[in-house]
Write a protein that binds this ligand. Structure first.
Ligand code: PLP
Length: 414
C-alpha cells in the first residue's frame, strides 16, 4: 500500500478540479484575447477564476496576476518592483524558498544589496533582527507566510507594519499557506503576495501574484498586454480554471480540511513521541504557552510533552499538515530511500539541497546542529491521507530506524 506524505512538494489534482478543467482542454480552445465567441468563452472562464482566486485571499479580482507558477510569482514580485526603483537594499528572511533567493541574488548582481533577517529556533522571524535590518531602509522586504520545511507561520501583519514604516514594499510568499490556513491579503499588510495552484489540489504550472493597486510592476514577460500589461503570453485557460476551482474548494472546505489535518497530525505526533530520540522541529510548547495567540480557530498543538527542538515555552504557530523531524544517528537520505522502498513518500525537507549533501539552510538558520540537520524527514499530510496512513508511516519509521541503527552498530563493531 503506497502512502503519499509529501503534500508540501505537490498535491494530487482534486478530481472536481479536473472536471472543471476538462471542458477547456477538450471543447473550448479559444484564445481569451480573441473577440469572437470562442475567445469570449475563454475570457469569461479566466474572469471567473480570477474572482475565485481573489476571494480565497480576500483580494479584488483586478489585483490577481496569473503566472506560470509560484516561482514566477516570486520572481515577478522582486524583479518587477526592483526594475522600477533605483538599486538599494532588499531584506529577506533567512528561511525563504529558493524561488525567492534566486531572484534576490539576480538583483544582487545588478547592484542591489541583500540583508538577511534572522529567525529563532522555531523558525520565526526575529523582530530584533528585523528592526536592525530595517534600520538600513530597504526598498523591498520579503518574508514568507509559512515555511515549506517546518510549517512555521510568520506574523506577517506585524512584519508588514514594520516594513511599511520605513517605506519598503512588502512581499510575502504565501504558496504554502494558502489553502491550509486563512489568508487575507489586505489584513496581511503586504503589497504583494505569491500563490501556486499545485499546493492546493490544483494543477501544476499556474500561480498568481496578488498586487496592491498602488504598485506599478515591470513585467518579466513583455508581450501583448495580457494580464493588464503585467504578464505577456496567451493564458493557460484550463490551468487558470483549475486554479480557480481549487481556490474555491480550498476556501469552502478550509475548516473541514484543517480539522482533518490536525487530527492526523495529533495521531502522527503521538506515534513519534513513542520513538525515542526523534526530534520535532518548531513544535515547541503548546497553544496555551502562546497566550492564546493562535491565528486559526482550529490551531492547537498537543506536543507539549514531546521531545521537541527549541526554547522552552515558546511555541511557533505551524501549518496543520507539516511535521519536520530529526532522527539522531540516522542518515536522513538512507531513511528516505528505505521508506520509499516500503511505499512511503516523504521528503528530506530539502535537507540536502540538490544532492549537495549540505544541510537545509532553514535548519541552519534555526541554529540546529549541522549533524542533526542532515538527519531530517519532512512529513506533509494531505486531504487524502487517513489515520491508517499515519499509523503505517510510524510503524515503518520505527522498523527502519531500528534497522538502520542496527546496521550502523554492526558496521561500527566490524
Ligand atoms: N514558495 C514556496 C514556499 C514553495 O514551497 C514553493 C514550492 O515548493 C514555491 C514557492 C514555488 O512554487 P512553484 O512550484 O509553483 O514554482
Amino acid at each position: 500500500m503506497a502512502v503519499y506524505l509529501d503534500h508540501n512538494a505537490t498535491t494530487p489534482l482534486d478530481l472536481r478540479v479536473l472536471e472543471a478543467m476538462l471542458p477547456y482542454l477538450r471543447d473550448h480552445h479559444g484564445n481569451a484575447s480573441s473577440v469572437h465567441a470562442y475567445g469570449r468563452v475563454a475570457r469569461n472562464a479566466i474572469d471567473q477564476a480570477r474572482e475565485q482566486v481573489a476571494v480565497l485571499v480576500n483580494a479584488q479580482s483586478s489585483q490577481v496576476v496569473f503566472t506560470g507558477c509560484g516561482t514566477e510569482a516570486n520572481n515577478l514580485a522582486l524583479k518587477g518592483v526592483a526594475a522600477r526603483l533605483a538599486a538599494g537594499r532588499i531584506a529577506v528572511s533567512a528561511v525563504e524558498h529558493a524561488s525567492l533567493f534566486g531572484p534576490a541574488r539576480a538583483l544582487e548582481r545588478q547592484g542591489w544589496i541583500i540583508d538577511t533577517v534572522a529567525v529563532d529556533d522555531q523558525c520565526r522571524v526575529s523582530m530584533a533582527s528585523l528592526s536592525e535590518v530595517l534600520s538600513h531602509t530597504p526598498r523591498i522586504v520579503s518574508v514568507m507566510m509559512a515555511n515549506n520545511e517546518t510549517g512555521t507561520i510568520q506574523d506577517i501583519p506585524a512584519i508588514s507594519a514594520q516594513a511599511r514604516r520605513v517605506g519598503a514594499i512588502m512581499h510575502t510568499d504565501a504558496v504554502q499557506a494558502a489553502g491550509k490556513i486563512p489568508v487575507d491579503f489586505p489584513a496581511s499588510g503586504a503589497h504583494l503576495m505569491s500563490l501556486s495552484a499545485h499546493k492546493l489540489y490544483g494543477p501544476k504550472g499556474v500561480g498568481a501574484l496578488i498586487v496592491d493597486k498602488s504598485l506599478e510592476l515591470e513585467p518579466l514577460l513583455h508581450g501583448g498586454g495580457h494580464e493588464m500589461g503585467r504578464r505577456g503570453g496567451t493564458e493557460n485557460v484550463a490551468g487558470i480554471v483549475g486554479f480557480g476551482a481549487a481556490a474555491e474548494l480550498a476556501l469552502n472546505e478550509l475548516a473541514a480540511r484543517s480539522t482533518h489535518l490536525y487530527k492526523l497530525r495529533d495521531l502522527l505526533e503521538t506515534g513519534l513521541r513513542e520513538l525515542s530520540g526523534v526530534v520535532i522541529f518548531a513544535a515547541q510548547g503548546c497553544a496555551s504557552a502562546m497566550g492564546g495567540r493562535s491565528r486559526h480557530p482550529a490551531s492547537r498543538d498537543t506536543s507539549a510533552s514531546m521531545h521537541v527542538a527549541g526554547r522552552a515555552g515558546m511555541a511557533a504557530e505551524r501549518l496543520p499538515n507539516t511535521v519536520l523531524i530529526g532522527v539522531p544517528g540516522i542518515d536522513g537520505e538512507s531513511l528516505l530511500m528505505n521508506l520509499d522502498r516500503k511505499g512511503i513518500a516523504v521528503s528530506s525537507g530539502s535537507a540536502c539541497a540538490s544532492g549537495s549533501g549540505e544541510p537545509s539552510h532553514v535548519l541552519l538558520a534555526m541554529g540546529v546542529d549541522p549533524d542533526l540537520a542532515r538527519r531530517v524527514i519532512r512529513v506533509s499530510l494531505g486531504q487524502g491521507n487517513t489515520p491508517e496512513d499515519v499509523l503505517r508511516f510510524t510503524a515503518v519509521l520505527r522498523e527502519q530506524i531500528d534497522y538502520l541503527q542496527a546496521t550502523a552498530r554492526s558496521a561500527w563493531n566490524t
